[in-house]
Design a protein around this ligand. Structure first.
Ligand code: MG
Ligand code: ZN
Length: 227
């Protein structure tokens, strides 16, 4: 890349970062936890979100910002859940940015929301470069993608607060070494939680759901402290 191109890229990311900080302050002041879910296409973001809603809807008021609508079936699966859903048109782009999230938040009744789940665009290349103001970033990797993905896309995993290994119901049929993968993530990002789950069977969801609940409590606490 030429230095001019680098400068342009830096200023785009800088402006996005400032907007993301604004969003984060807004969410903190409202005691809303926002979780940015990133993955390749086909890793199961929609299924994870659908089951997460099922597990938390009795306790918390949930909204979904959907940037990855692979098919109308995807959006229908979430819309049927009777939660607030805002669809974001990434305009053929490969990631969501903070401006899109700001616009989506305007459409939500923030007084009636505890948790916002963002389904980012299915892409592990640049989604993590664009901060969205979410207090938690989650990368979902599915078993069929292979345990070497963290080596291929390390930047995605370095900033994640949690890594979901989805589709563990098919572990017996794939050469995915869960221990090796967990160690790789531990080396890249020791503070990230690695959570093996199956959005199909529900296995592992108790840990994932309690991780989110901890985040919601922390966000509420944050506001009570007036920080
Ligand atoms: Mg999807
Ligand atoms: Zn992109």
């Amino acid at each position: 890349m030429t230095s001019r191109m680098l400068n342009v890229k830096e200023s785009i990311l800088g402006a996005n970062h400032e907007r993301a900080e604004d969003i984060r302050r807004l969410l903190d002041s409202r005691a809303i936890l926002m979780v940015n879910l990133m993955s390749s296409s086909g890793s199961g973001k929609t299924s994870v979100i659908a089951r997460t809603i099922d597990g938390l809807r009795d306790e918390f008021r949930i909204a979904v910002i959907q940037g990855d609508i692979a098919s109308s079936v995807d959006s229908e699966r979430i819309t049927r859940k009777d939660v607030s859903v805002v669809q974001v048109n990434a305009a053929g782009g490969c990631h969501l940015d903070a401006r899109m999230i700001k616009e989506a938040l305007i459409k939500l009744d923030l007084d009636r929301i505890d948790l916002i789940l963002i389904e980012n665009v299915g892409n592990l290349i640049c989604t993590a470069d664009f901060h969205l103001g979410a207090q938690r970033s989650v990368v979902i990797l599915s078993v069929p993608e292979g345990d070497d993905k963290a080596f291929k896309r390390p930047t995605m995993f370095v900033e994640a607060d949690a890594v979901l290994v989805n589709k563990i119901d098919v572990l017996p049929y794939f050469d995915f070494r869960l221990d090796a993968f967990t160690m790789t993530i531990g080396g890249l990002n020791p503070s990230a939680m690695v959570l093996p789950v199956s959005a199909k069977t529900g296995e592992g969801f108790d840990r994932w759901l309690s991780w989110i609940k901890d985040g919601i409590r922390e966000t509420m606490q944050h506001r009570c402290d007036g920080r």
